[in-house]
Design a protein around this ligand. Structure first.
Ligand code: ZN
Length: 466
């Protein structure tokens, strides 16, 4: 056992999936896992460590036993003999639990009889503890203090941030407060430092889109828009698109809010309006440095949209995200943002729309057959075999583990270009696109559900009304 190899797998991953690192040799990491056939876990380890992974099988109990012994390090007490105030201990516990559960955010909020803490795991909030009224106020103050916020001011929304370390893994905790009628509510977004840049081939992009999308990402110029609501994985897709570029020979830059993943070789700028760094301002500064690719975290305003769209016409590849429900309606959204129709039709190369649905736990999912009602709702033959969640120790009894992205992609070819410049409506553009092979996210979702990767309930939850 090498101490070096041991540290390569973050604690949350080790305990979450019962993975034990054994040794490392160059870029190869040898690990013990309960089921070497489970590709998803191996992928996660590779993703997290950036190393090639050799998986050996070992009994789960034995792995757990070893993990407990290895990772067991007592939490150091604060300064000699001083007992931690309960609020400090509770605040630490809350964040620690969230980090270990791979939660994306934590909500600390007032309820009738005190406070409640919820974690968002795989896109869903779960209540994880309640706190007494006295302690609640202290915990809120403690977190605000850590984040550099004004603890005396409970009436204004505020935001702040601090660095958090949990078992050797570093997190950027972004805290925001909102004064509700019942008291202050905090939301803390956790961004892990150890997250690696995703690669395009790890995103589960449907085969029919993959090659064309990859080509658009490698193109010398163009305009790629990722559409979807908050938390739909748009930024991850753009990071993957960026990672297709050569960071050594090209000038790659991004302005983001917040920077979710640090990418080596890419000039990333944090959106910071207080310091005068807006999206538009950073974009203009980048353009003076002859960039090859510019990523703009989000097109929120007309000025940003105008500069970004213009850049796509002057020899840069521009990547950005937009809030729109689906790919065809992103065009209307660009028009609303004041981008000229001719700029859109000339510059836009592809619109991706996406959603994340929870993935069925591979260990406990169970077969079931489709009843008549669901059959007609989804237009699938009654009696079709699909899968349903059950719940086991691996998935915290939820039946789901991890998430799957559902995509649709609208490639702007000459026919679509012409439709855009002829002022076609969203409905008309969608119809033209369908004839040219465009398939909706919903269709992609159905295929994933039929393959047992997710459920029809997840499609209902995430794609309701679409
Ligand atoms: Zn399970």
């Amino acid at each position: 056992m090498e101490a070096d190899a041991l540290r390569k797998i973050p604690r949350a991953l080790a305990f979450g999936h019962d993975v034990l690192s054994l040794s490392s040799d160059g870029n190869e990491l040898t690990v013990a896992v309960p089921d070497a056939g489970e590709r998803e876990i191996v992928e996660k380890i590779r993703f997290s460590t950036g190393m090639q992974v050799r998986a050996l099988e070992a009994p789960r109990d034995a792995i757990r036993e070893r993990l407990k012994r290895i990772y067991h390090n007592p939490i150091p007490l604060p300064d000699r003999g001083v007992v931690e105030p309960p609020a400090v201990a509770v605040a630490n516990d809350i964040m620690r639990a969230a980090a270990l559960a791979n939660a994306s955010d934590v909500h600390i909020e007032p309820v009738e009889d005190g406070g409640r803490v919820r974690q968002r795991v795989d896109g869903i909030l779960h209540v994880c503890r309640t706190i007494t009224p006295e302690l609640f106020a202290q915990v809120v103050s403690r977190v605000k203090l850590l984040a550099g916020m004004d603890i005396a001011d409970k009436r204004q929304p505020q935001d702040g941030r601090y660095n958090l370390e949990v078992d050797g893994c570093c997190f950027d905790a972004r805290v925001s407060s909102v004064p509700t009628i019942a008291g202050e509510k905090l939301a803390v977004r956790l961004l892990a430092d150890h997250v690696q840049t995703p690669r395009l081939d790890q995103l589960n992009i449907p085969d029919e889109y993959y090659d064309a999308f990859k080509k658009a990402c490698k193109a010398p110029y163009g305009f790629i828009v990722a559409a979807g609501p908050t938390g739909s994985g748009k930024t991850t897709t753009l990071y993957a698109a960026l990672s297709e570029r050569d960071a050594l020979s090209e000038n790659l830059c991004s302005v983001e809010d917040p920077i979710e993943v640090r990418m080596p070789g890419i000039s990333q700028v944090q959106f910071n309006p207080r310091a005068g760094v807006t999206f538009a301002c950073a974009l203009r500064a980048f353009l003076r440095q002859d960039p090859n690719v510019i990523m703009v975290g989000e097109m929120r305003d007309q000025e940003t949209a105008a500069v970004a769209a213009a850049a796509s016409l002057s020899g840069q590849l521009v990547l950005t995200t937009l809030h729109s429900n689906d790919a065809p309606s992103a065009i209307e959204r660009l028009l609303e943002l004041g981008v000229a129709r001719r700029t859109i039709s000339a510059g836009l190369s592809v619109v991706i729309a996406q959603r994340l649905v929870r993935a069925l736990c591979g260990r406990c999912r169970a077969e079931t057959t489709l009843d008549g009602c669901a059959a007609s709702e989804f237009n699938i033959p009654e009696g079709t075999v699909i899968f349903k969640p059950t719940g086991c120790s691996e998935c915290a009894q939820t039946g789901y583990r991890g998430r799957v992205a559902l995509f649709e992609m609208l490639f702007i070819d000459d026919v679509i270009r012409e439709a855009i410049s002829k002022e076609a409506t969203t409905v008309a553009i969608r119809a033209v696109a369908r004839q040219r092979g465009f398939r909706s996210m919903f269709g992609h979702g159905l295929r994933r559900a039929m393959a047992g990767e997710t459920t029809l309930n997840e499609l209902r939850r995430v794609l309701a009304g679409e």
